[in-house]
Design a protein around this ligand. Structure first.
Ligand code: ZN
Length: 72
């Protein structure tokens, strides 16, 4: 599969917009699965800022918060 230049530009713009949402969120993020089915690499969206990450990234983010609460 080959992506056109326009498709690459659109994908890059989507990634940058998502990163901007995550950066603008005051946090901590509150990631929730998108859809009813939870899959390892399904995307989750922050309920506060609307930015999305893969489920495994959300899992590690939540673990990081929990460990941070315990002082590392
Ligand atoms: Zn957030």
């Amino acid at each position: 599969m080959t992506m056109s230049r326009a498709d690459c530009d659109a994908l890059l713009a989507e990634v940058r917009a998502n990163q901007a949402k995550l950066a603008a969120c005051s946090g901590p993020h509150s990631f929730r699965p998108i859809g009813e089915e939870l899959k390892l690499f399904a995307k989750q969206r922050c309920a506060c800022g609307g930015g999305g990450v893969a489920s495994d990234q959300a899992l590690w983010y939540k673990r990081g918060l929990a460990h941070g609460d315990r002082g590392g």
